[in-house]
Design a binder for this molecule. Structure first.
Ligand code: PGA
Length: 252
């Protein structure tokens, strides 16, 4: 099955720099049978990046969306507006939003359902903090985020939901999760999905990827493990050379 490599550019690039990076990404040689690559620029860069990626095998995603499609919601951006710009994916519930914007599991759930019904692939981020890990609560936290994030979700046909397991302490820290611990957490996420959906749906419609200090040196060690379907990459996706190195490492 195709592995997913998603680049989360966060709030780090100007629109012009995002276009330059997207142009470099669009020239990468990607075996689409093996890999699905998508990039997630800021809202302000989506239109420019969308134009640069046209005709390439790199897909486009946004870093967040609102749960309504139109209306008096100043400052928000809806799933249908993202579709207009050729987005096919959208992150929901990234830990930086959960922490800095106080996003709750309920808000993440509303965003996920709305993205799904607009025809986008939601990429729901879950993961424990350092404290959760130390206090032995990490597995409960992840199971709760998955269960609440997927509450009342109906999946049919080829609809796809991606869950990104991103331990908060591993994000941007250079302290990537030990691959075996990531594999264990992925199995836990998969089981939490199986609690809610038929096993066939949990297998076919859900992909589970790892995120947190992934780079060109460690990526292969995650993708080699059973149950890890790809990676959500922050820092290393924001420079053309390291992103190219990452894609190369995966296709070797
Ligand atoms: P990082 O970020 O690769 O820089 O740790 C990952 C993420 O936040 O999605």
């Amino acid at each position: 099955m195709q592995k997913l490599i998603f680049g989360n550019w966060k709030m780090n690039l100007s629109a012009a720099d995002a276009v330059t990076l997207a142009q470099a990404a669009s020239k990468l040689s990607i075996d689409a049978g093996l890999l699905r690559v998508a990039v997630f620029p800021s809202f302000t860069a989506l239109a420019g990046v969308s134009a640069s990626l046209k005709g390439s095998s790199v897909a486009l995603g946004a870093q967040d969306c609102f749960w309504e499609n139109t209306g008096a919601f100043t400052g928000e951006v809806s799933p249908t507006q993202l579709k207009e710009l050729n987005c096919t994916h959208v992150l929901v519930g990234h830990s930086e939003r959960r922490q800095s914007m106080n996003e709750t599991d309920e808000m993440v759930n509303r965003k996920l359902r709305s993205a799904l019904s607009a025809g986008l692939t939601p990429v729901m981020c879950v993961g424990e903090t350092d404290n959760d890990r130390r206090s032995g609560q990490w597995s409960n936290v992840i199971a709760r985020q998955v269960a609440k994030g997927l509450a009342d979700v109906k999946v049919s046909g080829n609809q796809e939901i991606v869950i990104a397991y991103e331990p908060v302490w591993a994000i941007g820290s250079g302290r990537a999760c030990v691959p075996e611990n990531a594999r264990e957490a992925h199995a836990l996420v998969r089981n939490a999905v199986i609690e809610l959906f038929a096993p066939a749906v949990a297998q076919k419609n859900f992909r589970i990827i790892y995120g947190g200090s992934v780079d060109e040196k460690n990526i292969a060690s995650y993708l080699a493990l059973e149950g890890i379907d790809g990676a959500l990459v922050g820092g290393a996706s924001q420079r053309a050379a390291s992103f190219a190195g990452l894609i190369e490492a995966v296709q070797k």
